[in-house]
Design a protein around this ligand. Structure first.
Ligand SMILES: Cc1cc2nc3c(=O)[nH]c(=O)nc-3n(C[C@H](O)[C@H](O)[C@H](O)COP(=O)(O)OP(=O)(O)OC[C@H]3O[C@@H](n4cnc5c(N)ncnc54)[C@H](O)[C@@H]3O)c2cc1C
Length: 316
């Protein structure tokens, strides 16, 4: 029976990890819950089917989920619960913590694991490598820290009555001091959680033309994203809007690619969208191999026509 400990500072991601862990036959799943405030409500939320125990550490040092304090806490929980595998949500914070924890516990570390399988006391996972051009398959015997990207799995559901174990944090390392916080630019949007994304590519001839997407995006309640040429190269949009390998990975219900050719570095960031629509004037553009619906045509004609048709259908 594999003993699996899961942790993410984001409760929804922790639930996705529980779902990934529950694919192991007869897994014994524990959840690590850390924070500075009252943990009761989150503990209830995490008490889903198959969760046998919740290890809680409440301490002011965990207020900002700084990697040093979180690593100390997870090390303590791991020494107590002795898991075979530790799954960590691949958030920014999670990616800071996983390698630190692996070094502390003298374990291997597999990052960005996809399609995780548990077989005969070992795990096997796929990892996208070489800029999205290849998949490597990695196997690890028990004793590994593994990160899994947010939203790679559905959230676990159901309920359980796990044993709640409360531990006092013993600090081993010094924590960096937060000297200030700055809100994000107001132009920034939450791309990764968007339900619909309309993205612009190099098919747009000039920056001013991007305004034709505003109407389509608002009709679809979508946020506007972009391919890399429009962000890093031309600076028409902030880099926070970039979808792809070196940008954000999105997984919306609807993704509309407008004037985007569909290079692998872009596809890596959006191919898990539920429904993909592509608009491109080149019928041989690679994006048409990836989409559910493809419109071959000039975006300057297709986008206004599509927006008009959607408006008359939805009344928005
Ligand atoms: C290490 C690395 C990381 C990268 N990371 C990213 C990343 O995160 N995200 C990303 O997007 N790219 C990334 N890239 C760049 C990537 O390789 C491609 O260059 C980029 O995705 C191409 O963007 P595009 O499709 O908008 O432009 P293009 O490839 O130039 O495609 C433009 C498309 O618009 C179509 N078009 C032209 N005019 C019209 C019209 N009037 N109507 C309709 N269609 C029209 C054309 O047929 C064409 O298919 C990365 C590259 C590297 C090397």
């Amino acid at each position: 029976m594999a003993k699996i400990l899961v942790y993410s500072e984001e409760p929804d991601v922790a639930l996705q990890l529980v779902n990934a862990a529950s694919k192991a036959e007869e897994a014994q799943i524990s959840v690590a819950l850390l924070g500075a405030g009252d943990l009761k409500e989150i503990s209830k939320k995490l008490s889903v089917s198959k969760v046998a125990s919740v290890f809680q550490i409440q301490n002011e040092a965990l207020k900002d989920f700084g990697p040093e304090a979180v690593t100390d806490a997870l090390e303590q929980i791991s020494l107590e619960s002795k898991p075979d595998f530790i799954l960590i949500g691949g958030t920014k914070r999670g990616k800071e913590v996983a390698p630190r924890l692996a070094v502390r516990l003298k374990l291997g570390c597999v990052t960005d694991a996809q399609n995780l399988r548990f077989e005969n006391g070992q795990t096997t996972a796929d990892r996208v490598v070489w800029g999205g051009n290849a998949i490597s398959t990695v196997s690890t015997k028990s004793g590994a820290v593994i990160t899994i990207a947010p939203r790679a799995n559905e959230k676990a559901v159901g309920s359980s009555q796990p044993e709640i174990k409360t531990i006092d944090l013993q600090r081993k390392t010094r924590t960096g001091k937060v000297v200030g916080k700055k809100p994000k630019d107001s132009g920034e949007v939450n791309m990764k959680d968007a339900e619909a994304v309309v993205s612009a590519g190099r098919g747009f001839k000039k920056k001013e033309d991007l305004t034709i997407l505003n109407d389509l995006a608002s009709t679809l309640h979508a946020v506007i994203g972009a391919s890399r040429p429009l962000t890093s190269d031309l600076g028409w949009m902030p880099e926070s809007r970039q979808v792809g390998l070196s940008g954000t990975t999105v997984k919306p219900k609807l993704y509309v690619a407008v004037g985007i050719s569909g290079q692998i570095q872009h596809l890596t960031g959006m191919r898990d969208s539920k429904l993909i629509v592509a608009i491109n004037s080149d019928k041989n553009a690679p994006i048409f191999q990836e989409c559910d619906y493809g419109i071959v045509g000039d975006l300057y004609q297709v986008v206004p026509a599509l927006t008009k048709a959607l408006k008359s259908k939805t009344g928005r």
